[in-house]
Design a binder for this molecule. Sequence first.
Ligand SMILES: [Mg+2]
Length: 232
Amino acid sequence: MSKYRHLFFDLDHTLWDFEKNSIATMRILYDEVGLMDKGVAEFDHFNVVYHEINDRLWDRFRRGILSREDLRWKRMFQTLVHYRIPDEKLAKVMSERYLEILPTQTHIFPHCIEVMEYCAGKNYAMHLITNGFELTQKQKLKNALLDTYFDKIITSEQAMSMKPQKEIFEFALRETGASVEQSLMIGDALDIDVLGAQSVGMDQVYFNPKQIAHEGNPTFEIESLHEMYNIV
Ligand SMILES: [Mg+2]
């Protein structure tokens, strides 16, 4: 038995395969709004352009210089502008549909359910700490059959703070009644999940499936979720 009692998981890119699900969503959207007929010849190219723009705008959102609303439609608008389709109305339709379709997609990382079952079987209290949108995250969990595993779902909206800020971790500890010594954060982002947990003295598992080189100093590092068996 490990010293931990509370496991705080990140959702996107840690349990729920955001990359695969987002590509599947963009594929549906591309067909649905007829982008090929509007002159966007190749889906793969469109997909790469969108995800580059999205990453850039998410970074600005995370730093507090772009609002949630603007993030949602401007990522579509800037992608359309890239293809010389400066159609604000279409961008807003795509933005709405993206948010509707994305949480219906159900790709999760290998061994995710096994690991959830294993942790639940060992009576760990399991929670999520996520920067994603609350309603969207709850839909993802339900559709991917992950919703039954978590006691508390801590979102940035409730905490009025985002990872890596320490306030959201303090909020999570208060909400769950967990002590920091008995808590473990599991996430895919060194500068968000790992750094944030470190700022309150919480141990961390860095989930690094792509084996990205780094100079961080996480408590644990895993390449696959099944390595959690060695930790908890
Ligand atoms: Mg993540």
